[in-house]
Design a protein around this ligand. Structure first.
Ligand SMILES: Cc1cc2nc3c(=O)[nH]c(=O)nc-3n(C[C@H](O)[C@H](O)[C@H](O)COP(=O)(O)OP(=O)(O)OC[C@H]3O[C@@H](n4cnc5c(N)ncnc54)[C@H](O)[C@@H]3O)c2cc1C
Length: 395
């Protein structure tokens, strides 16, 4: 990957910037977080807008309907969409950022032909059914059974923490197809249509009030064998492909948002006063924010490497775990700095008086969620220790 921008890349940036300047304000602001029908319509509507303008699947190969952008163009795309405050990927997260890329890498020709175009148009919302109540971090211990019956699998079990489960048409689901072998060896990756009889989706409310999670109960749910991605019992390998996208490239736009969050925090510190001086005059605070900003720069370099690797090899690899761990850690540090700066205002998730504090309190919660979602920080440390540093296995 050449980090210098070519004339073509600058031309791409200019064309995209001009389009965003018109398209984003015209599209309007996001609806209330709890209005799910409106949220789904908003998120998928923006995906359709991107599709119609030729910007959907920016880094997906052209043969699958994507734009086939180079890694540098992909970065330019992220920079410009963040700069323009374009709508967040929202409930298209799973389809666009890890289920779609998994199908490109591992799906059958029929699965690609059926799902990829509809994902790109925003017609399909996907969810991820990996986690289970008694597995969690030990994902390979999952127990949801799938028993083959002719050309169908019959599923029984329970999933949990299924984000967007209540608005999804499809789920990327891990199921146990062989209980008698080493736990990693008996798992299969399935595309599950969420409207099948026997699926019961029950929304959950998170600590800070978010209503994104669901429990999913599966009772004799029949899924065609043709919906299997990869071979039967090879799902652990396919799941690792999915997770490498989820940990490695799915949060790239959030890195750009962090830059904005830091700028916002600096502005806040320059306005808040304590004992007659602005908080920004506190050398300790400046040092802490400066350190996080420098770490963010390093993370952006790692992001470029991951994107470049994904483009070259098709997957991100363990660099995804390094990124996820470092990014989550950085966001938690930044969150702590913000809480320290806001003092008593950090006790409310609403803006207080004229103080734009709510955004930073929400961001603090988000950082906490991020150190659990897509695999906890502790588990990422195990992966980095074992697979990158070659340390002895945990067990
Ligand atoms: C915002 C958010 C969105 C999510 N969305 C989805 C989704 O859409 N689909 C989905 O399938 N799942 C989703 N999850 C679930 C997430 O992947 C799991 O919560 C996560 O894998 C941890 O599992 P657990 O909650 O069962 O915790 P546990 O596995 O019970 O872990 C509890 C604690 O023990 C630690 N621990 C466990 N094992 C080890 C070990 N071997 N070494 C060191 N420490 C260990 C953990 O790090 C953690 O601190 C989401 C979670 C969050 C927070």
């Amino acid at each position: 990957m050449d980090l210098r921008y070519t004339e073509e890349e600058e031309a791409f940036r200019a064309e995209l910037r001009e389009w965003l300047e018109d398209a984003v304000p015209k599209y309007g602001p996001a609806p209330d977080p709890d209005e799910w029908d409106a949220r789904r319509a908003y998120d998928t509507g923006w995906q359709r807008t991107l599709y119609d303008a030729g910007y959907a699947g920016i880094n997906w190969p052209k043969e699958y309907g994507g734009r086939g952008a180079t890694p540098t163009e992909h970065l330019v795309y992220i920079e410009e969409t963040e700069r323009a405050r374009a709508p967040y990927v929202g409930c298209n997260f799973v389809a666009q950022l890890h289920a779609g890329p998994t199908l490109i890498a591992e799906g059958s020709p029929e699965q690609k032909a059926f799902h990829l175009p509809t994902m790109l148009r925003g017609d399909e919302v996907w969810c991820q059914g990996f986690s289970e109540p008694n597995a969690g971090s030990d994902l390979a211990s999952l127990r949801t059974r799938a028993v083959r019956d002719g050309d169908e699998y019959v599923l029984n079990g329970q999933k949990i923490w299924t984000s967007f489960g209540h608005v999804a048409e499809y789920g990327e689901m891990l199921v146990r197809t062989d209980p008698d072998v080493k736990k990693q060896a008996g798992i299969t990756w399935l595309i599950v249509p969420m409207d099948r009889p026997g699926i019961d989706v029950r929304p959950l409310r998170a600590m800070e009030g978010a209503t994104e999670f669901c429990e999913v109960f599966l009772d004799d749910v029949r899924v065609p064998v043709a919906n299997r991605v990869g071979e039967e019992n090879d799902g652990w390998r396919v799941a690792n492909v999915t997770l490498s996208f989820e940990r490695g490239t799915a949060f790239v736009a959030d890195v750009m948002q962090t830059e904005e969050l830091i700028r916002d925090l600096v502005e806040l510190a320059q306005h808040l006063t304590s004992k007659g001086a602005t908080r920004w005059e506190d050398a300790g605070l400046r040092r802490d924010i400066g350190r996080v900003a420098a770490e963010l720069d390093a993370l952006w370099a790692l992001t470029k490497r991951n994107i470049s690797q994904a483009q070259r090899t098709g997957v991100v690899g363990v660099g995804g775990s390094v990124f996820k761990l470092a990014f989550t850690d950085l966001r938690n540090q930044l969150g702590d700095i913000a809480m320290h700066l806001l003092e008593r205002a950090s006790l409310s998730i609403d803006d207080l008086g004229d103080l734009p504090s709510g955004r930073h309190v929400q961001a603090r919660f988000w950082a906490l969620r991020m150190s659990i979602a897509a695999g906890t920080s502790q588990v990422q440390r195990n992966i980095v220790g074992e697979r990158v540093l070659g340390l002895p296995r945990e067990r």
